[in-house]
Design a protein around this ligand. Structure first.
Ligand code: SAM
Ligand code: DTB
Ligand code: SF4
Length: 335
């Protein structure tokens, strides 16, 4: 089972992989993973909300929708200087990619889009990859982002086509696909994934992966978010997803997309280090790094430094911030 025999897996293939005994599935996924990535290669992306809250869309999971009553600090578009400062901090703790998110249905041309263009140039000028997620894009906007040096555009399909209408009512699945097409036509890498834990079935999750296989380009990165249930949103009371289902889905994602960055995204602050480790073994090789996502919490960089050290992976120097105690025992232990 590899990309040669299954260049684009069918839905049935995805289902068959998902149904394998867990140890065989993880072993196969880890094997494919090692063929394409080094074992110590876990990408670190820092996220910054550059415009927070007041979004006209009604995505049922989101704290930033003006249709919901989540308690968040709304902010207008940040200044270029504020973004530069945060990007420099991200670089100092060892991030290699800086991702900026705006609570917009779509960016408006003019002063605000021009400022985002400058933000992208600033991040690239610091030597990091730049990713933005700004909602729906026109082909012309995608072209301008490409010219500014944008590395990737994040635009998630979130769930299966069938379940989507239970979660979002202000835009369609095909609207999302149209933007993804504008992004890939502008030769920008596509970052596209979804959220687990929104009341969907396991079949819906495989349906999402199948939709990803049908995009006009293979996504360069695939964020797998675990729903962060937020008070004041319609999905506030959703129960957590069974960890075994998460591990299976990550393994199937790796098998279906051998060369993609599979990002263990939102919800990591609620996952035990051993659970996260199984996700890495199953094929995840990217994390959001730094103590905040957009509005929700994330593990601190010192907690992540501790996790990386436990895994025997390189720890970026700047991550050892105040409070980091390091590993107590040196390995190998002398007897
Ligand atoms: N407004 C833009 C858009 O929707 O494309 C960009 C920002 S939006 C917050 C980016 C992504 O974050 C969403 O597509 C969704 O997958 C994820 N997300 C938002 N709220 C979340 C939550 N409570 N739990 C997990 N993921 C979430
Ligand atoms: C993605 O898939 N996950 C990130 C990023 N893309 C923009 C966002 C996670 C948001 C979690 C909820 C919050 O912080 O409000
Ligand atoms: Fe707006 Fe994006 Fe949140 Fe949807 S996910 S409400 S589009 S910020």
């Amino acid at each position: 089972m590899n990309q040669t025999t299954h260049p684009t897996p069918t839905l049935v293939t995805l289902q068959n992989w998902y149904a394998m005994p867990l140890m065989d599935l993880v072993y196969q996924a880890a094997t494919i993973h090692r063929q394409h990535f080094a074992s110590d290669d876990i990408q670190r992306c820092v996220l910054l909300s550059i415009k927070t809250g007041g979004c006209p869309e009604d995505c049922g999971y989101c704290s930033q929708s003006s249709h919901h009553q989540a308690d968040i600090d709304k902010t207008p578009l940040l200044s270029l200087e504020e973004v530069r400062e945060k990007a420099e901090e991200a670089k100092a703790i060892g991030a290699t990619r800086f991702c900026m998110g705006a609570a917009w249905r779509n960016p408006k041309d003019g002063e605000s889009f021009d400022r985002v263009i400058e933000m992208v140039k600033t991040v690239r000028g610091l030597g990091m990859e730049a990713c933005v997620t700004l909602g729906m894009l026109s082909p012309d906007q995608a072209k301008r982002l490409k010219e500014a040096g944008l590395t990737a555009y994040n635009h998630n399909l979130d769930t299966s086509r069938d379940h989507y209408d239970n979660i979002v009512h202000t835009r369609t699945y095909d609207d999302r696909i149209k933007t993804l097409r504008a992004v890939s036509d502008a030769d920008i890498s596509v970052c596209c994934g979804g959220i687990l834990g929104m009341g969907e079935s396991e079949a819906d999750r495989l349906g999402l992966l199948f939709e990803l296989t049908k995009l006009s380009v293979v996504p360069e990165s695939i964020p797998i978010n675990l729903l962060v249930p937020i008070e004041g949103t319609p999905l506030a009371d959703q129960p957590p997803v069974d960890p075994f289902q998460v591990i299976r889905l990550i393994a199937v994602t790796r098998l279906a997309f051998p060369k993609a960055r599979v990002r263990l995204s939102a919800g990591r602050d609620k996952m035990e280090p051993t659970y996260q480790t199984l996700c890495f073994l199953a094929g995840a090789n990217s994390i959001f790094y730094g103590d905040k996502l957009l509005t929700a919490p994330n593990p601190s960089s010192s907690d992540d430094a501790s996790l990386l050290e436990k895994l025997g992976l390189p720890v970026p120097e700047g991550a050892r911030k105040v409070g980091y105690s390091g590993r107590k025992m040196k390995l190998p232990l002398s007897v």
